[in-house]
Design a protein around this ligand. Structure first.
Ligand code: FMN
Length: 317
């Protein structure tokens, strides 16, 4: 199956869980959504139902895996495909200490052969697209030649698409949060990479905040991935179906989105999900609108009140 990856929302730990994705899907029908990173260890030994379940409405949705053992990655790719995920993505971009200790994430940029082995094993295990999300370099391994070498290995292993967070990561000395802001953005390198790998689907990520900016990349690249802005100001996705995907069906209003989220939340509450686990993802909905701060406070306090029901989600500012 060919996935339309012209616009996607980035995998974000603690943010893009299933409730968040269900909510974002109410705003855009076509934007490709990514899960939080799930490690192979958690998936093999942990509670699969909790880690993988999602609502069918979330499609198209990609599962991001963290790991570096080819057999485990293949096994987890198969599990993800069996659960119905539309794409399996490998994380080669996360710089956290915990992830480095597990020898996966961004530190794998130093082991192109191992990443390629993982990809080959995953490709053998599933028919869904297998993709990689990476950085432009790590530490002192940040020359363009090294990046080309790394990407060449991925292409050889059959990578279906490459998502590039257009900054390097400093594995020592910067926190994950700093690593998302401090190293300078190099969108130019992603464009250059497309010139050198014209047949590889390349998606650009990092610092993109508007659909206008996203559209600017689309004639040249295969897609744009938005992270923080899509979470903190999700309404930027409201015009995505029209502007990016050419779907001119009417888009719901913010209030309609809230109304449509309610039955979902009601059902989740009945299965034991805490209201705050869902309401926290809605806080950015009225970003920049009059009364937004007041609404956020009302929603936060309302959802924390014991016995609160979905009525706290019912109205906007
Ligand atoms: C809270 C948070 C959690 C993140 N978790 C992940 C993750 O699990 N996997 C991953 O590949 N990137 C993760 N990222 C990085 C984003 O996917 C993205 O690459 C980065 O935020 C840059 O894009 P942006 O400038 O549009 O936010 C995370 C980012 C944030 C803000």
């Amino acid at each position: 199956m060919q996935l339309d990856r012209r616009l996607s929302v980035a995998p974000m730990m603690d943010w893009t869980d299933r409730h968040c994705r269900f909510f974002l899907r109410l705003i855009s029908r076509h934007t490709l959504l990514y899960t939080e990173m799930v490690t192979t260890g958690a998936l093999i030994h942990g509670d699969r139902e909790r880690l993988l379940r999602f609502d069918p409405a979330e499609h198209p949705v990609a599962l991001q895996l963290g790991g570096s053992d080819p057999a485990d990655m293949a096994r987890c790719a198969r599990i993800g495909a069996d659960w119905g995920y539309d794409e399996i993505n490998m994380n080669v971009g996360c710089p956290s200490d915990r992830v480095q200790r597990g020898r996966f994430g961004a530190c794998l940029m130093a082991e192109p052969g191992l990443v390629a082995d993982c990809l080959t094993a995953m490709k053998d295990a599933v028919t869904r697209p297998v993709t990689v999300k990476t950085r432009i370099g790590i530490d002192d391994r940040d020359s363009y030649d090294e990046l080309v070498d790394f990407v060449g290995n991925l292409v050889h292993a059959g990578c279906d698409a490459l998502i590039v967070h257009a900054r390097k990561a400093w594995l020592k000395g910067l926190s994950p949060k700093e690593n998302r802001d401090v190293p300078p953005l190099r969108h130019d390198l992603v464009l250059r990479l497309k010139g050198d790998f014209p047949d590889l689907a390349i998606v650009i990520n990092g610092g993109i905040k508007t659909l206008e900016e996203a559209s600017g990349f689309l004639p040249r690249l295969n897609g744009v991935m938005i992270g923080r802005e899509a979470y903190q100001n999700p309404w930027i996705l409201a015009q995505a179906d029209r502007i990016i995907f050419g779907d001119h069906r009417p888009t719901p209003t913010r209030h309609e989105v809230l109304e449509r989220f309610r039955p979902y939340a009601e059902h989740q509450l009945a299965t034991g999900v805490a209201l705050t686990a869902m309401s926290r993802h809605l806080l950015g909905l009225f970003h920049g609108q009059p009364g937004a701060r007041h609404w956020r406070r009302r929603l936060t306090e309302g959802a924390q009140t014991s016995g609160a029901g979905v009525e706290v989600l019912s109205s906007g500012p």
